[in-house]
Design a binder for this molecule. Sequence first.
Ligand SMILES: *[C@@H]1O[C@H](CO)[C@@H](O)[C@H](O)[C@H]1NC(C)=O
Ligand SMILES: *[C@@H]1O[C@H](CO)[C@@H](O)[C@H](O)[C@H]1NC(C)=O
Length: 507
Amino acid sequence: MHLVAAGHQLFKGLRAKVENQMRAMRQRKVWGEAPQLWLLLLLATVSCTLWASVTARTGPSHDKVVVCYISTWAVYRPEQGAYAIDNFDPNLCTHVVYAFAGLDITQASIKSLDPWQDLKEQYGKGGYEQLTGLKRSHPHLKVSLAIGGWNEGSANYSSLVANSYLRERFVKQVSSFVRKYNFDGLDLDWEYPTQRGGKPSDRENFVALTKELREEFDNHGLLLTSAIGAAKKVIDEAYDVRQISRYLDYLHIMCYDYHGSWDQKVGYNSPLAAPAEDPFSVKFTIDYLLKLGAPPSKLVLGLPFYGRTFKTVSEGNLNDGSDGVGFRGPYTREDGFLGYNEICNVLSNKTSGWTKQWDPQTSQVLARSERNVFTQDVSVVTFDSSRSIANKVLYAMSKRLAGVMVWSVDTDDFLGNCELDGDTFEDFKVVSSAPRRLSQSYPLLRTINEATVLALEQLAVPEPVPDDSENEIPHGSIADRKNAAASIVSLSLTATALFMLLHSLAH
Ligand SMILES: *[C@@H]1O[C@H](CO)[C@@H](O)[C@H](O)[C@H]1NC(C)=O
Ligand SMILES: *[C@@H]1O[C@H](CO)[C@@H](O)[C@H](O)[C@H]1NC(C)=O
């Protein structure tokens, strides 16, 4: 970035110089030196064109995906917890997913679950078009609409996929719906086929749905992705991994909620690793999916921007018995759940009495309160810190996955209220140039992008050797960035030539 900034300064300085010289020349009536002036104008035009091509590049500086979910009901949270689409920073994500739309099973159609928030009709806020409108200023961004989510349940989706006539209607309707609002694709968030009121036949019917959506979407260049449960039981029963991998562009693996208040004991929300035989870990899930035939280039590792909460009368250690409910936060107000922003606020407060400890095996943090003198309870939260996130990104890169996904950006410290962690890259081998933050906001999302670059450096992923033939360069690739660097170099050269010319004119 500093190269770009320097280029910008140089350009501004030069423009001022040119204007001064022109004014001076007009006064001295030296328009006779026409050839030099034309050359000067030509050079200026070339510089501007190059400059525009450099600044048009938006989004992360690496070529991995960063899929950002927005839980759009976050707009109703109180005070500093409220998150509107205005709060979203498109530069930190490659893909953004608007969560959630619902299913109208009587019509076999996708529908808005909050027309006032989502649509423009009847003076609505038009959230769909506000989010897809960000593509104008950020051409790198892909925007999808998610259908489903936990509250939508499973039974209606089960009925939809069981009937080929309903599937056909749905496929046509959803395709025109996403295009109507200028979305780039659809994200299926059925939680989960065969579970929670679903049927065993959902497994193969879900394949049929993804296949038919793919055929329709290919006519319009639309993206088709799906959120995928991480529990071994869900994977075994719900997904024909090899088949759905054929039709989906990406599988967003929900690698969290491995443990929570429902276990009635303290456990880690999203442990990176676990002892052998324990399937409740990120590494188990990813290795298992790879073994079942998912191509790494389609797997996207999900990262939680939240923790799971517990209340215990014991000391607040791992595996201590807990009450089965946990506690809620002031913004998200959901039992057993705390957003990272709520967690970092309480941990940044020196008088709150909270302490935290890092667990190297799982890359998780366990934080606990002092014992409440009235209830005798200790409150506990297990969560992902910046260091947890960085380590998981390193793992995803080591497995050559497509990238990472986050649930969800609205519980990052998007306002930048908390102190930044000092240990983020503690477990990285070489941090040649420790990234310097220009902003305190979005500490976890920024960590993802920094860690992606550092992890790829550390793993020394062999870059494709460019040969002399005309290669098609994918957007945002390493080769692309080299071209950008080359543009800056030629811009500087042009600027120098321009400067020298002006100098000779002046004397
Ligand atoms: C399933 O569809 C029925 C009929 O439209 C509806 O009443 C019900 O609320 C739906 N279920 C869920 C969980 O949304
Ligand atoms: C910090 O924690 C103390 C004790 O819980 C509380 O009274 C105070 O309001 C908190 N301060 C902030 C800024 O939240």
